[in-house]
Design a binder for this molecule. Sequence first.
Ligand code: HXC
Length: 258
Amino acid sequence: SILQYQNIIVSRPTPAVALVTLNRPKVLNALSAALIDELVSALSLLDTDDTTRAIVITGNERAFAAGADIKEMKDKTYVDVFKHKFLENWTLISHVRKPVIAAVSGYALGGGCEIAMACDIVLASPTAVFGLPEIDIGVIPGAGGTQRLVRAIGKSRAMELILSGRRFSATDAAAWGVVSRVSEDVFADAIELATTIAGKGTIAVQAAKEAINVAFETSLDEGLRHERTIFYGLFATQDQKEGMSAFAEKRPPVWSHS
Ligand code: HXC
């Protein structure tokens, strides 16, 4: 472990990849406030750490995370959640600049599904079970579920799933685009993908992520303008000179990530 926490484990499976493992296995990785604080803090440290160029978030075979910690949440009042901005820090997960891959095995329910959807790429094992069952405990998804699921799979399907609380399989998630693919060895494949991405020039990777994310927030015309501005900016980097020279000289590029 490269950073010390109580509810997560941070390790480095390959030199430029950080692996964050949600680690409350007895409660299927129920997302307590303490766990989320640690997750947000670890992601923020890894985001500014120069050796880390890609991040994988995972759980264990049985559960990615079975949602927010219901026992911790159940006695909260409106005043509690309002005053303390309950769930607001969850949004920091999607503010990470570096690529974040979720490797989902087992349950990804409620807040667990929402964390996965806040990641840039989701890989699912054949056993993965997704769902937003908040309706069954008298609330609604509160960490991006109603917004990100609609964007991922469209209104009718999102309505059906959120209003019924029905779970969906890895196969459905892949067919609908919630996950990029189903993978037999999801943990190894996520690390392999992260390692591949970590081998690219890190500024270009982060620029591409930013440009793609703009597509969710703006019109096509604005998005195209934004893309071009980011593209132009890359001509100020060493990696653009290196990448294009290497191609012309028929040799592999050596990225300086600058
Ligand atoms: C607290 C949880 C939990 C959760 C599981 N556990 N999910 N504790 N919060 N979300 C605990 C159980 O209480 C139990 O503890 C232990 O984990 C094992 O779970 P079991 O239920 O015994 O396992 P199983 O019978 O296999 O059922 C698995 C399950 C079920 C189907 C995933 O645990 C379940 O329905 N969990 C809740 C799923 C859910 O509603 N998630 C959405 C939460 S709301 P003990 O001590 O009894 O052994 C949410 C919205 C928040 O996330 C808003 C945005 C963040």
